[in-house]
Design a protein around this ligand. Sequence first.
Ligand code: PEP
Ligand code: MN
Length: 268
Amino acid sequence: MKTCSIIDSLRDTFSIPEDDPLIIAGPCAVENRVMFEETAAVLKECGVRLMRAAIFKPRTSPLSFQGIGEDGLDLIRETSRKYNLGMVSEAMEISHVGVLEKTVDMVQIGTRNMHNYSLLKALGNQSKPVLLKRGFMADSKEFFLAAEYIRQGGNTNILLCERGIRTFESATRNTLDLNLVPITHISTDLPIIVDPSHGTGRSDIVIPMARAAIAAGADGLMVEVHPNPAKALSDGLQSLDFSSFTRLMHEVREMWRAVHSSVLYSDR
Ligand code: PEP
Ligand code: MN
């Protein structure tokens, strides 16, 4: 199997065992201390080492919850320390980059900003690893070239994320393009994780698509989990509750071990 140095260094820094996939999980957005800490405690119990910690939210409607903004920075720092979790948070504009570089462990670029080249360049000039999500209208070449914008700045710690693309299918929010997983391994030296939450938009099919992503050779997953999805301020329909998330962790670990320890996994 190909070694991916960012994966090795994340495993090292956050003590992620070799027989586990890389999991980044947590609410769509940091809403308040109670829900954030409650989620952190469950993640910790499930063996997750990296938490979603979005405070700047790119929302389709300007009337929807836009994230708690810089008011959430202290909460992220405190929760990270208290639960010993690495934090991953999205930068939507260049002014967010410096703020997040000081606070979190990985800076995320969301689907809407994959084509924002000045933002990508700013990510190339800072020290934290970057989680780059695929643009929902971007083909694989455009996606890989977006990563190149970051790399050109000197930052080679880049983790790609397939999160679904827009198609004619209306049963799901996006179409999760698992073809991209082996294509990434064939065409690039970058690792790739899969986000079955945004990729489906429906909590009832997140677990099977998470298993499928691992079977396809994904290096890990990004998953939305919320203490009470029905009350979530964003993306409740696709967020898992704690018991479903616990089941997901069990099933994807089983899948990871089956795939990585057997002849099933001979094509990488
Ligand atoms: C997210 O992960 O918080 C998010 C907004 O996802 P995407 O950019 O893939 O829509
Ligand atoms: Mn979301």
